[in-house]
Write a protein that binds this ligand. Structure first.
Ligand code: 13P
Length: 250
């Protein structure tokens, strides 16, 4: 059985005052039947990790460099994330693929380094609206999955997040059939590449406008093992109902 994962991506939101939301979240979930992850901005990781110590909430980064150290002004390495108390890192988010021109090959190299540093990677995939309308969603997903995921991926060190770009921050979500189609497709591609045993343990998250009001129906979809939540992860009052919905999903 795959343990479900409710992951929050705070993106470029939050100064130290936002840690009170994390504290409220931790107090609301002294124990949890699912994994809970918050990925705050890099400036808050160390403080957040201290706050979340001995709680069911884990802390992750939103990106890391492909090198372990070096002359890369402004970048953050995977060992720095682990040192700050992060256990996970989001890689290949569409906002990084688009705003920073990140290729799947670069994301692959980042993931390999992150795994070497003991981080669990959340590798993000997703098509644009134009690509969906052109009927090329599965081709895009197959290409991003194949080229972003390193050979060393296992059920322990890798989570895949399907985030259609047009559903991020828009309030739009794909139909449940469309989510099922992509998630089933990702699972079958993982089976072909990594074998049934590894593939059956890799968690697949859906991301894009997940809210308390649609979480139940999304979590009932085939091969959806949790969510990567943006806006609704910023406030405990929005994120907790999503976590609760995941705990109640079968
Ligand atoms: P929203 O939940 O705000 O649509 O963002 C999704 C996302 O990009 C999470 O990584």
């Amino acid at each position: 059985m795959r343990r479900k994962l409710a992951a929050g991506n705070w993106k470029m939101n939050g100064t130290s005052a936002a840690l009170s939301e994390l504290e409220t979240l931790i107090n609301a979930h002294p124990t949890a039947d699912v994994d809970i992850l918050i990925c705050p901005p890099a400036t808050l990781i160390a403080q957040a990790a201290k706050t979340a110590l001995k709680s069911p909430v884990q802390i992750g980064g939103q990106d890391c460099h492909s090198a372990e150290s070096g002359a890369h002004t402004g970048d953050i390495s995977a060992p720095m994330l682990t040192d700050a108390g992060a256990s996970h890192v989001i890689l290949g988010h569409s906002e990084r693929r688009e705003n920073h021109n990140e290729s799947s090959m670069l994301i692959h190299d980042k993931a390999r380094t992150a795994h070497q540093s003991g981080l669990i990677t959340l590798i993000c995939l997703g098509e644009s609206l134009a690509q969906r309308e052109a009927g090329s969603t599965l081709d895009i997903i197959a290409d991003q999955l194949a080229n972003s995921t390193p050979d060393g991926a296992t059920a322990t060190n890798t989570v895949i997040a399907y985030e259609p770009i047009w559903a991020i921050g828009t309030g739009l979500i794909p139909t449940l059939d469309q989510i099922a189609e992509v998630h089933d497709f990702i699972r079958s591609k993982l089976e072909t590449r990594f074998g049934d045993q590894t593939a059956s343990g890799i968690r697949l998250l859906y991301g894009g406008s997940v809210k308390p009001g649609n979480a139940d129906e999304i979590f009932a979809v085939s091969n959806v093992d949790g969510a990567l939540v943006g806006g609704a992860s910023l406030k405990e009052a929005d994120f907790s109902p999503i976590i609760n919905a995941l705990e109640h999903a079968v």
